[in-house]
Design a protein around this ligand. Structure first.
Ligand SMILES: [Mn+2]
Length: 348
């Protein structure tokens, strides 16, 4: 069967309307519809399905990375147990979050929520390991920002086998996510990078871009990390650009400390909130879509290899009849991530 990239997506086709099976894909997308601990707005559990639906609208010839689809992109089905597990964990977490965090009497509920998150970690680690073992690139689609821990762990293990430097992470996010547990939950979305940095020694560097909402302990952790965490504040970049600095140059400088093998963790709230109005914790400021694209391009241009990536916190919004703007943006960011990953590893 021949595939016409300019035709409308046919019913029953895969993500982006593509015909690829897992075996003829070099990028395998791993959906994780789980959002137990989102503090402000929920809904990221609906992200993977909404992105899959919206992806049919994405035109396949990309102005930046060319014929991305030629690398083969396949999206797995999420196991049926994840959504109900997310609902149960969320029901336990919600009253605790509404009260402002856990107290001693919440110990059992907190344990149950942590266990649910650990189950997700085990699943994403095993799935990403398998994808990596086949020489492919895993792209995890959250879910809240707690979901990629297992995939990052798998990429860090593989990076350590391939290179003495281990893995670097490029995080695009409004938040540092460096809290040592949040609201009582060890695996909170707000703790993902704390968990990565404290539990994964093979991650040698974390570069954070878009940051504009953070706490004292997070800023201290970044500062006291002896350069292992490099945080770039959104307002600092806005000021630098106002003084006449080029965005491209800021990207090149930010990327410099990253090792050869890089994982991208893309929280959609790193973008301007107009591009993700329903995300869990939107913050004014942030990257435009174009600048996010330029950042990915700078990473590829630098010669780094993208081992894996995630896109998280895309939330389709409460009204199923409304056009799904958040998912539309999410699908386009996802295609760009696929393009950057494929190009950086010579697959397109
Ligand atoms: Mn985040």
């Amino acid at each position: 069967m021949s595939f016409d990239p300019d035709a409308a997506a046919s019913p029953g086709s895969g993500v982006f309307g593509l015909p690829h099976s897992r075996s003829d894909s070099s990028i395998v997308l791993l959906p994780v519809p789980f959002d137990a601990t989102t503090s402000y707005g929920g809904g990221a559990a609906g992200g993977p399905e909404a992105i899959r639906n919206a992806s049919a609208q994405v035109d396949l010839l990309d102005g930046q990375f060319g014929e991305i689809y030629r690398c083969g992109i396949h999206m797995l089905r999420a196991p049926a147990w994840i959504r109900p597990l997310s609902r149960r964990a969320r029901a336990l977490a919600r009253p605790i979050i509404e009260r402002g965090g856990a107290t001693a009497r919440d110990a059992r509920a907190v344990r149950a929520v942590d266990q649910a998150c650990e189950r997700i970690n085990t699943h994403t680690h095993a799935t990403a390991r398998k994808i990596l073992a086949q020489g492919k690139i895993p792209g995890l689609i959250g879910g809240d920002h707690s979901t990629p821990f297992g995939a990052i762990r798998a990429c860090a293990e593989v990076a350590a086998e391939r290179s003495r430097d281990g893995l670097g992470i490029l995080q695009i996010d409004a938040h540092m996510d460096l809290r040592d547990g949040f609201e009582g939950f060890a695996w909170s979305h707000a703790s993902i990078m704390h968990n990565v940095m404290s539990r994964l020694p093979n991650v040698c560097r974390l570069v954070q871009i878009g940051i504009r909402d953070f706490g004292r302990s997070e800023a201290d952790l970044s500062k006291g990390s002896r350069g292992r965490v490099r945080t770039h504040f959104d307002l600092d970049w806005a000021r630098a650009i106002d003084r006449g600095e080029q965005f491209d140059r800021l990207c090149d400088e930010a990327i410099k400390p990253l090792p050869k093998l890089v994982y991208i963790s893309f929280d959609i709230d790193g973008l301007e909130p107009s591009l993700c109005p329903h995300t869990g914790t939107p913050v004014p400021g942030g990257l435009s879509f174009h600048r996010a694209c330029m950042l990915l391009e700078a990473l590829v241009r630098s010669g780094r290899s993208i081992v894996g990536f995630d896109l998280n916190e895309v939330s389709p919004g409460p009204n199923p009849k409304e056009p799904e703007w958040d998912a539309n943006v999410g699908a386009r960011v996802l295609y760009k991530l696929c393009g950057a990953a494929a190009r950086s590893t010579g697959r397109i």
